[in-house]
Design a protein around this ligand. Structure first.
Ligand code: SF4
Length: 87
């Protein structure tokens, strides 16, 4: 994603706190509410969420959703007991 057009405006929190968005273990994955909260003030929320749905990231929070292997973690949780606490 090319973010050069953002300029001097508000910056996404993931730029300063990338650890909260992707540097965690499966057991510490942000739950659905936490993932939404992490991105809730982001000026790029809508475009980031759309990009993530298209790009299907392997890992991390994008657009207020935690992803695992290209799928939304809260949707996977029904099938994977390792993710049930994070849903
Ligand atoms: S919506 Fe995307 S760009 Fe914005 S804080 Fe979340 S992950 Fe970062």
């Amino acid at each position: 994603m090319n973010l050069a057009h953002i300029g001097e405006g508000p910056q996404p929190d993931c730029w300063e706190h990338s650890d909260e968005f992707s540097d965690y273990e499966m057991a510490d994955m942000p739950d659905r509410e936490t993932a939404e909260l992490l991105c809730s003030r982001c000026p790029l929320l809508q475009v980031c969420a759309a990009n993530a749905r298209h790009r299907k990231p392997a890992w991390g929070v994008f657009g207020g959703v935690a992803y695992v292997n290209g799928r939304q973690a809260h949707l996977l949780a029904e099938d994977d007991p390792r993710l049930q606490e994070a849903a």
